[in-house]
Design a protein around this ligand. Sequence first.
Ligand SMILES: [Zn+2]
Length: 161
Amino acid sequence: MRQQTDWRRPQPTTRASHMTLASSYRKPIDEVDAYIKKRWQEEWNAGKTGRHLHSIQPEVEDKQQRHFSSRSAEVQTHRLRLGRCLLNSYLHQMGKHDTGNCSLCGSPETIGHFIMECPAKGISTTLRKMCQDRGMQFDLHTLLSNPSIAIQIHRPTDRRL
Ligand SMILES: [Zn+2]
């Protein structure tokens, strides 16, 4: 008599045994990942350098990529995130600007001033409205972490940052 095969029942295969083996490693791998991320976060919180970026992004992040429509927008956004740009306040720190103040309104030209406060160019108004329309916080973290918003900082800027 011929033996019938039940095709609905999963048949043991070499691939299934690999999956079982891989899943047995999953828990220790996740524990190692969590430990590394915890140590990374502790070092990031206690660090003495990169404090501008820490104020924008206090949480360490892994495997996050930002996709920009142009290389120049990407470079500019990273400069603003790192606090290493050509705004007057930072030029003043390097001895390359007399006052460090905004030439349009006279306030210290910091990154926060340039993209969130200065009334002269309207960048802050545009960005505030974009955040409101999308239900997002209006802060440096949001503005400099989201490429579709950060590109708006790049467009109206007629000077190299
Ligand atoms: Zn200004």
